[in-house]
Design a binder for this molecule. Structure first.
Ligand SMILES: Nc1ncnc2c1ncn2[C@@H]1O[C@H](COP(=O)(O)OP(=O)(O)OP(=O)(O)O)[C@@H](O)[C@H]1O
Length: 506
């Protein structure tokens, strides 16, 4: 019995030992698996860390490349601007207004730089516009247009004005400057130049919140800010406002009560030297941005506006605001031939803000009279053109149809003038329309001319949009004389009388 028990215990021990050995084998292989897995994990962590540091290196490299690219872009743009200036090209900026479905404004972000069905015009980058042309029965095609600057629908009034600011510095440097908004009806010209409309009062478009203000009130503010930076040579500023309605010129600042509805009708006259002028045009001196904007209020209230199917507050006339700057020349009316030579030198200097000579100098002249000889004169023209439109689309009839046809004819005359200029024709047909006749010196003369091409992004406006973009692209091709500073002329005309009257340096 005892022997049997001992035998059982021995067998149990043996089988236990076999079992234990097999578990030990499993344990060993498990352990080596775990060790291998840990090693693999460590390798992965190291690889991950290596990847992470490589990604950080690439990110840094990318940031460096991006900043170099932006720098290069800025340099390229500066070179392009110098080239444009040297060749006397017209600068064209294009602004795409927000998209409104069913002709109504979308609220908030819906219209901001994202694609909505029916929205066919896009800003690809800040120099390229893309139009997705989808005609029924044809595969969609993309057309691109390049301009000096392109603003998408989200661009604020402040961003648009930032690119205008240098032109005001040029104005105070003695250059004539013209900024003109062109585009289809309802494409945002008045919004860009003046600000948003008020339902009841057209002039209230200037009294909105500051961030909504357009180029004209901002330019008035900037002009007087720049003037205040150098009070010793404060120029005198005179403002005139005219509209061209049905190919007639109306003085919107005329006092005459009988003309209160439209302003006084004016004629153009050609002076002996061939300059075109509007005689007896009202010209008001202003001493602050508020006074300047006050006059614009007065003028805009008289401007002709009618609703069309496209646009409720459609401007039916071209509005031209002219600010004329008169200041004391650094040399006075006793200037001799040699002083005239230094005058030319000063006119060619990089900064117009020239410290006046000491009071004892024989060249010193009083700075406060517009008629005083030896004055430097520069002119700023701000133009809100009436909208180009297809009468079939805008739904106009009767008198409105007549207005539309005058608007379209004057814009066609503008296109003809630009076409003749770009082909360097001997005859430029400025006199085919009051608009081109009045703006002759700004378009073909020595002014720095910026055209702001406003476009609607919707499919239904595509034909007009393509026409406008083609017009803008052609305008960019026009090479005029390089803009010149006005020389301080010994006998300067009275400011404001000659809207188009400026003389180039010889
Ligand atoms: N960028 C913009 N952001 C917000 N609203 C805009 C913008 N552009 C235009 N609008 C609005 O669109 C409407 C039409 O614009 P606007 O009156 O400036 O067009 P227009 O081109 O001057 O038209 P018209 O030639 O018929 O006078 C207005 O209600 C204006 O406030």
């Amino acid at each position: 019995m005892t022997v049997k028990l001992q035998q059982d215990v021995k067998e149990f021990r043996n089988s236990f030992l076999v079992l234990l050995q097999s578990y030990q084998g499993d344990y060993q292989s498990c352990l080596s698996d775990i060790t291998a897995a840990v090693q693999r994990t460590q390798l992965s962590i190291e690889a991950l860390q290596a990847c992470q540091s490589e990604a950080a290196r690439l990110q840094q490299h990318l940031e460096e490349l991006e900043s170099r690219y932006h720098l290069e872009q800025q340099r390229r743009r500066a070179l392009h601007n110098s080239l444009v200036e040297l060749k006397g090209n017209i600068r064209v900026h294009c602004r795409i207004r927000p998209f409104w479905s069913f002709g109504h404004k979308l609220d908030g972000s819906a219209s901001q730089n994202c694609t909505t069905p029916g929205e066919v015009v896009h800003a690809v980058d800040d120099e390229t516009v893309l139009v997705r042309c989808a005609l029924p029965g044809r595969p969609p095609t993309d057309k691109t247009y390049n301009f000096e600057r392109v603003y998408g629908p989200a661009a604020s009034q402040a961003v648009v004005f930032e690119d205008i600011r240098p032109l005001l510095i040029s104005l105070l440097d003695g250059y004539n400057v013209c900024i003109m908004a062109y585009g289809q009806t309802g494409s945002g010209k008045s919004y860009t130049m003046l600000g948003p409309h008020s339902e009841d009062d057209a002039a209230a478009l200037l009294s909105g919140v500051h961030e909504d203000l357009g180029i004209i009130p901002r330019a008035a503010e900037e002009l007087f800010r720049l003037i205040s930076e150098n009070p010793s040579r404060s120029p005198k500023v005179d403002v005139s406002i005219v509209e061209i309605y049905n190919n007639n010129i109306f003085d919107l600042l005329a006092k005459d009560n009988s003309t209160v509805m439209l302003g006084a009708k004016c004629q153009m006259a050609t002076m002996q030297e061939g300059r075109s002028e509007v005689p007896r045009l009202t010209c008001r001196p202003v001493t602050s941005a508020e006074e300047f904007v006050g006059l614009i209020h007065k003028g805009v209230r008289l401007r002709v506006q009618h609703p069309t199917l496209v646009h409720k507050n459609s401007s039916r006339s071209h509005l031209i605001v002219t600010a004329t700057l008169t200041t004391a020349s650094p040399l006075g009316n006793t200037a001799t031939q040699s002083s005239q030579a230094s005058l030319q030198k000063i006119a060619g200097a990089s900064n117009w803000w020239i410290t006046p000579p000491p009071a004892s100098s024989p060249h010193t002249i009083p700075a406060d009279s517009a008629d005083h000889p030896g004055q430097v004169l520069a002119r700023l023209q701000l133009v809100d053109l009436a909208g180009s439109e297809c009468s079939a689309v805008s739904g106009v009839t009767g008198l409105a149809l007549k207005e539309t046809s005058f608007i379209n004819r004057s814009l066609a005359a503008l296109a003809d003038v630009l076409g003749a200029l770009s082909e360097h024709c001997d005859h430029i047909p400025y006199r085919n329309s009051k608009l081109t006749h009045l703006l002759q010196d700004s378009i073909g003369g020595n002014a720095k001319l910026l055209m702001i091409l406003c476009v609607s992004p919707g499919q239904k406006h595509m034909a007009e949009t393509l026409r406008g973009l083609t017009f803008g692209a052609q305008a960019r091709q026009v090479e005029r004389r390089a803009p010149r500073r006005r020389p301080p002329s010994p006998r300067m005309q009275k400011p404001g009388m000659g809207l188009a009257g400026s003389q180039a340096l010889p």
